[in-house]
Ligand binder design. Sequence first.
Ligand code: GTP
Ligand code: MG
Length: 285
Amino acid sequence: MSENKTAINWFPGHMAKANRQMKEQLKSVDLLIEVRDARIPFSSANPDLEKLAPQKPRIILLNKSDKADPVLTERWINKLSDDTDIVISVNALNEQIKTPVYKAALQLTSLRRERQMRKGMKPTPIKAMVVGIPNAGKSTVINSIAKKKIAVTADHPGVTKKVTWIKAADDFYLLDTPGVLWPKIEDPDVGLRLAVTGAIRDEILPLDDMIRFALEYLLEHKENEFLSRYGIERPEGWEDAVKKIGIAKGMIQKGAEVDELRVKKMLIKEIRSDKIGRITWEIPQ
Ligand SMILES: Nc1nc2c(ncn2[C@@H]2O[C@H](COP(=O)(O)OP(=O)(O)OP(=O)(O)O)[C@@H](O)[C@H]2O)c(=O)[nH]1
Ligand SMILES: [Mg+2]
C-alpha cells in the first residue's frame, strides 16, 4: 500500500453498513439537515450524499460559524445555495436555531403542502433527518432544534427497528439519531483541512503535515494576525516560522535548540481554539 493510500484509508470498515442503514431511514424523511463545518464547507461534505439521497431537499447548516471567517461564510452561503438547498450559517452551541431551521423546512416543503391543501387535506408533518460527518455538530444541532419537546416513537413500514421521532413543532419532526457520513478524502488537502479543524483524529496524519499546511495557509491568508500573535518577523517559510515562534516563546531545549515538537503542538492547539482568530480553511472558487 502506498503512503498516500494509508493516509486516506483511515475510516473503519463499517461505512457500507452505515450507508445501508441510512438509506433505509432516508426513505421516511422529506428533507435532510446536513451539518457541515463552516470553516471547511467543502471538505466537511460527503459528495456521495447526493447519490444516497437524490432529490431530497436539504437545509445545509454551516455550523461552528463562530469559528469561521464571517466574510468567507457569506461567500460560501452564496456559492452553495440553490433551488433545492437552503444554506444557513449557525452556531448550534450558543444560538437558537430552531426558528430558522423550521422556516427553511416549511419553505422546502411548500409545494407538497400546497398540493395537499388544494385537495382539502391537512398537510402531513415534515420529517427531517440530521446528517453530517463526525464531529460536525449533529448532536448539538438536534438538541438545539428539539429543545425540551417530548420524543415520540412510531413504527414505520419498511423499517424494522423502531425509529424515534422528536417533535420540534406541531408539524415538524426530527429523527432522533443522526446519519453519520464519512468524509471523502481523495485530495490530500481535504484530509489536512479535516485534521486541522479536528474532524479526524490526530493520529491519522503526521503533525508535520498539519503544521506545514496550516502555517503556509496562514502566512498566505492571515499573515498580519499570525505574525502579531507570536511577535515575530516575516519568516522564510513554515519551518522558519516554527523556529522563530520557539525563540519568541522561549520554547528552548537543552543545548539551546528550539523545542519544535512543543511549538507545533502549541500551534495546533491555538489554531483550534481560535487564538489566531476566526479562520476558514478553504475559499469558494
Ligand atoms: N464553537 C462551536 N462548537 C460547536 C458548535 N456545535 C458543536 N460544537 C462542538 O463540537 C463538538 C462536536 O459536537 P457534536 O454535536 O458532538 O458533534 P456530532 O456531529 O454529533 O459528533 P459525532 O456524534 O461524534 O459524530 C462538541 O465539542 C460541541 O460542543 C458550534 O456551533 N460552535
Ligand atoms: Mg453525535
